[in-house]
Design a protein around this ligand. Structure first.
Ligand SMILES: Cc1cc2nc3c(=O)[nH]c(=O)nc-3n(C[C@H](O)[C@H](O)[C@H](O)COP(=O)(O)O)c2cc1C
Length: 242
């Protein structure tokens, strides 16, 4: 059984992926939260961003901006956010609302399942708030990845441009997989825009959308941790004869 089949097979999803390089790259992308710290060169990051820019965008406006951090610049950002995370736990909020205030079903159940699977995989009891907080803090060191990206979008644009931004971000993550790397998209960086703005000279009109950890995974995952709903749950077909 190939690694890909193993990754997919736990959830009986192997048949969802055809032997096609694009399908395989999509299936291999996972949110990685443990990286080796082995450097990723600027050239590699440039290649990833150059290909990711082929993401579509309404009227081709290309609303994305990326701050690419490595070495001392990344360490400085991590240290500043960690200080704020520890000393000012309630003072940092995102400029946009990522999650609904209340989740209707089926999203509520999925979010609860995410929490169960996520903390179980880390050996953390969901009631252990100190351990959960230590895990959350790892976001800010980009989970040990050698490259951290901070993605911003112009606040004067409308919600449609956030669709474009998501496509760009996905392209970045797939281009990473194509080079044997992994990533983790992280909305949690958006809360710390007041720290990031002066450190990275982010102009006032730019809003921090998310961060992305990018690097060499500590180990290639053997199985997909987060399941997906079956096709029937999200697709409605009409007019097909087969
Ligand atoms: C826009 C976005 C923001 C996310 N923010 C975080 C985050 O702040 N921290 C984190 O550990 N994971 C974050 N995730 C990862 C999700 O938890 C993950 O995509 C989901 O559980 C599905 O797992 P998979 O990506 O491994 O398939 C984010 C994902 C997306 C798309």
């Amino acid at each position: 059984m190939s690694v890909l089949e193993e990754v997919m097979s736990d959830r009986g999803a192997a048949h969802d992926v055809t032997r096609n390089p694009i399908d395989e790259v999509m299936a291999r992308r996972l949110s990685c939260r443990e990286f080796t710290g082995t450097p990723v060169s600027r050239t590699t990051v440039e290649q990833i961003l150059r290909v990711a820019r082929f993401a579509p965008s309404g009227a081709n406006i290309q609303p994305w901006h990326v701050y690419v951090l490595a070495g001392a610049a990344k360490t400085e950002v991590s240290a500043a956010i960690l200080r704020a995370f520890e000393s000012e736990p309630n003072e940092h909020v995102s400029e946009y609302q990522y999650y609904a205030s209340e989740f209707p079903e089926p999203y509520l159940g999925r979010r609860q399942e995410f929490g169960r699977l996520y903390y179980n995989s880390l050996g953390i009891a969901q009631s252990d708030t100190a351990a959960r907080s230590r895990q959350t803090a790892k976001n800010f060191t980009f989970f040990g990845a050698s490259v951290g990206l901070i993605v911003t979008i112009d606040r004067r644009l409308a919600v449609g441009s956030w669709l474009d931004l998501g496509m760009f971000i996905q392209n970045v993550m797939l281009a990473a997989v194509g080079r044997g790397l992994q990533s983790c998209p992280q909305e949690t960086f958006a809360k710390y825009h007041r720290i990031l703005r002066p450190l990275l000279s982010i102009p006032a009109e730019q809003m921090v959308a998310c961060g992305i950890s990018l690097g060499h995974p500590r180990e290639q995952p053997k199985a997909r941790l987060m399941p997906r709903a079956d096709l029937e749950a999200f697709a409605s077909f009409k007019g097909f004869e087969d």
